[in-house]
Design a protein around this ligand. Structure first.
Ligand SMILES: [Fe+2]
Length: 248
């Protein structure tokens, strides 16, 4: 009789060594991520099946394009938590933000208004444009720390203007940031050069967090493929990642 799957077992995607995802666009209808509450619940369940226990969702805050505030983000967190409870799904969810380093963010820090931070070290997730570095990034990193906040620099491997200038990554750490690499950077999803930069950061033991940066279906299916790859697992298993320190 025809044997459909043969004798070899298909490995299950297991990211339980991470436990917590601290960079995603899973909250519905806030940015260029997921659009509906149903999608949010479905993605969270599929990620839970891969070993995640907790999601710290980080919608973009980016001037006119994604003008989010705690007032737009926190009600969506309530909505998701209520739906999970209604369906008796046991997943921990928190919300913060992914702040674009621009003039508005610099002014927001100076204004003393609430910033969405998370974790035991009051982490704040920050990013720059993929086109050019933010001229005020050093000032912003300094000012965040003056407020008792610890900056997590999102996906530094994706800034092509840093490629070939390894000292830029060292500079971010010297300034007081910890680095968060995107899981899909290690799959080649964003290109060969990004993959190379991500691998180098791992080899130099400079990565503190791995995040999904999940926006849509393609990201989820690519993540499922990546999570069973042996070379990926052997690279990241040697790193001293802090994701699990965010489990409360
Ligand atoms: Fe993101």
């Amino acid at each position: 009789m025809f044997k459909l799957f043969g004798s070899s077992k298909i490995a299950a995607a297991d990211l339980s060594f991470l436990g917590v995802d601290m960079h995603s666009h899973l909250l519905p209808g806030l940015d260029d991520g997921l659009k509906t509450l149903d999608q949010t619940i479905s993605f969270m369940q599929q990620l839970q099946a891969m070993g995640y226990q907790k999601f710290i969702c980080t919608p973009h805050i980016l001037s006119d394009m994604h003008p989010n505030t705690p007032e737009t983000i926190l009600p969506k967190l309530d909505l998701v938590r209520n739906e999970l409870a209604k369906q008796s799904i046991n997943i921990q969810v928190e919300a913060a933000a992914e702040y674009m380093i621009d003039l508005e963010f610099e002014q927001l820090i100076e204004s003393g208004k609430q910033l969405l931070s998370f974790g035991p070290n009051n982490y704040v997730l920050i990013e720059m444009s993929y086109m050019a570095e933010s001229p005020n990034f050093e000032k912003v990193i300094f000012n965040l720390q003056m407020k008792g906040l610890k900056p997590i620099f999102a996906h530094p491997e994706r800034y092509t203007y840093f490629h070939g200038k390894f000292s830029q990554y060292e500079r971010l750490i010297d300034l007081g940031c910890v680095l968060q690499v995107n899981l899909l950077s290690l799959s080649g999803y964003y290109g060969k050069e990004v993959k190379k930069a991500a691998e180098l950061l791992f080899k130099k033991n400079m990565v503190s967090f791995l995040g999904t940066d999940m926006h849509h279906d393609k990201h989820l299916s690519m993540l499922k493929e990546l999570a069973v790859k042996k070379d990926f697992l052997s690279l990241v298993s040697k790193a001293e990642l802090l994701n699990k320190t965010l489990l409360s």
